[in-house]
Design a protein around this ligand. Structure first.
Ligand SMILES: C[S@@+](CC[C@H](N)C(=O)[O-])C[C@H]1O[C@@H](n2cnc3c(N)ncnc32)[C@H](O)[C@@H]1O
Length: 289
């Protein structure tokens, strides 16, 4: 049965300015936009969707924790029996007070981890304080998070692809046993950070081996399945197909990334299940994988 899922933008504000960020344009366009006016507005909106039958809510951003009333929003969602999910850069969870209040209200927590040291985090997030805060946040997550899913998401790009093995080691060291490596969605502003599938292929192999050895769940999102070879079953899309995602702000079903097949797909034994390759990627790198 598909799980009725609601995706809700809380804010477009963010404490970081990630060079690859998918929301960069929205953040510039709606700089000061928060989704809710006050707690009454939160309650009314969430109860409207609870009555419509939505049982799962994914809070999108920007950075959800940048909103002062985010803990209240989570509390309201739990009162209405929603399963709560969100992705965060972790910055604000370094604060024990926030972590202690917020983490028990989250069922599915995704932490963006696209580096393994201060230098890489600072370069990609353009926030020199992020790494130090994240390290503290991960300790707090270990103590206060009691939800059903804890996962890291690493956006693969030109500046971190050589370090994917170090990144998965960092994630494991911080007791996160599930990780998605997501191929960067290419937009006009982040083209200089795009990396070809051919370059990441040898690193992916090592990451998969490390994941197996360390009993981690490792998945790859938005890559052509053939890139994973015999490990194609680790393609994230095979686990997420059955979702009915409604974007509250766009007032429609959320569109996926635009993909197409290439000549090489013809005769590939994964052709039936693989969604193909991003058209933006093909525009940049051509059909050479
Ligand atoms: C836009 S962020 C907002 C939530 C939060 N501030 C964070 O950093 O996780 C939501 C997710 O999108 C991912 N993301 C950002 N830019 C992306 C891109 N160009 N392609 C694919 N995923 C991207 C992030 O890693 C994160 O997991």
């Amino acid at each position: 049965m598909p799980e009725n899922k609601l995706e809700l933008f809380i804010t477009y504000k963010c404490n970081n300015d990630c060079v690859f960020c998918i929301q960069k344009d929205n953040r510039q366009k709606h700089k000061d936009l928060s989704a809710f006016k006050d707690s009454r507005d939160v309650f009314n909106t969430l109860s409207f969707y609870a009555q419509k039958g939505y049982k799962y809510i994914n809070f999108l951003g920007g950075e959800p924790f940048i909103e002062d009333n985010f803990v209240d929003i989570l509390q309201t969602a739990k009162k209405l029996n929603f399963t709560t999910a969100l992705a965060t850069n972790g910055f604000y969870l370094a604060d024990k007070n926030i972590a202690q209040k917020a983490l028990p209200l989250i069922d599915e927590l995704v932490i963006s981890i696209y580096g393994h040291n201060q230098k890489l985090f600072a370069k990609l997030s353009q926030n020199k304080q992020l790494y130090a805060n994240l390290v503290k946040a991960l300790k707090n997550v270990g103590i206060y998070f009691k939800g059903r899913l804890l996962k890291a998401n690493c956006v693969i790009n030109l500046y971190n692809y050589k370090d994917l093995l170090n990144i998965i080691k960092f994630i494991n060291k911080n007791n996160i046993k599930e990780v998605n490596f997501t191929s960067m969605e290419i937009l006009d502003h982040n083209k200089p950070y795009a990396v070809s599938f051919g370059s990441i292929k040898p690193v992916i192999k090592k990451v998969i081996e490390y994941g197996h050895k360390n009993k981690m769940i490792v998945r790859f999102a938005e890559v052509p399945f053939c890139l994973l070879g015999d490990d194609y079953y680790l393609a994230d899309e095979l686990f997420t197909m059955d979702r009915d995602i409604y974007d509250y702000n766009m007032k429609k079903e959320k569109p996926g990334r635009l993909k197409r097949k290439i000549k090489k797909c013809c005769g590939c034994n994964l052709d039936m299940i693989c969604p193909g390759i991003d058209t933006e990627y093909l525009g940049l790198f051509g059909e050479i994988l």
